[in-house]
Design a protein around this ligand. Structure first.
Ligand SMILES: C[S@@+](CC[C@H](N)C(=O)[O-])C[C@H]1O[C@@H](n2cnc3c(N)ncnc32)[C@H](O)[C@@H]1O
Length: 152
């Protein structure tokens, strides 16, 4: 994707020859959206139910997850280009630094959403509040911490 045409004001970096580390994808997210333009820009608690399938090897790691009404989901926006330092989003038309945006385009395309947990069965979670493409790789799941707990 890095050879996509740049929009006005956009700047791309030369990416390093090799990544510095590896990650383990731990599952796959299933959503109704097959094209980026169809995804919501931000998940909503009254969005559609999406399914997170955790790989069998991590099934036991879900022990206790059902006790948490809200879960933080981290995922890898696998279709995003990774080289832009300045971006001009269609939504604003304003050229802005990558780290001042929640755009999927970033050197490490990690996204996060806090979702409402609807159900857990075996290695499958039903959730509301995602905004990613069908087939997006799952990086991690964590119980949400309220703001007071986070900063207190
Ligand atoms: C603005 S990002 C926000 C992601 C996350 N909620 C966050 O704040 O970190 C959401 C957008 O990323 C794009 N997107 C979703 N899944 C993607 C994927 N797997 N690869 C590339 N782009 C994706 C879609 O255009 C979607 O509207």
């Amino acid at each position: 994707m890095s050879d996509d045409a740049l929009r006005e004001g956009e700047v791309a970096a030369d990416l390093p020859a090799h990544p510095d580390t590896g990650v383990y994808f731990i599952g796959t997210i299933h959503t109704p959206w097959h094209r980026r333009e169809d995804c919501p820009k931000r998940g909503s608690p009254d969005g559609p139910i999406c399914t997170i399938v955790v790989d069998e090897r991590w099934r036991q790691a879900l022990t206790g997850v059902a006790e948490h009404p809200r879960i933080q989901v981290l995922y890898w926006m696998h279709s995003a280009r990774r080289d832009l330092v300045l971006q001009t989003p269609y939504s604003t038309g304003r050229t802005t630094g990558t780290f001042a945006l929640r755009s999927p385009v970033r050197p490490n395309p990690i996204a996060t959403s806090v979702v409402a947990l609807i159900a857990v069965e075996d290695n499958t979670l039903q959730v509301r509040g995602l905004d990613c493409l069908n087939g997006t790789p799952l990086l991690d799941l964590k119980p949400e911490r309220g703001a007071s707990e986070q900063w207190g």
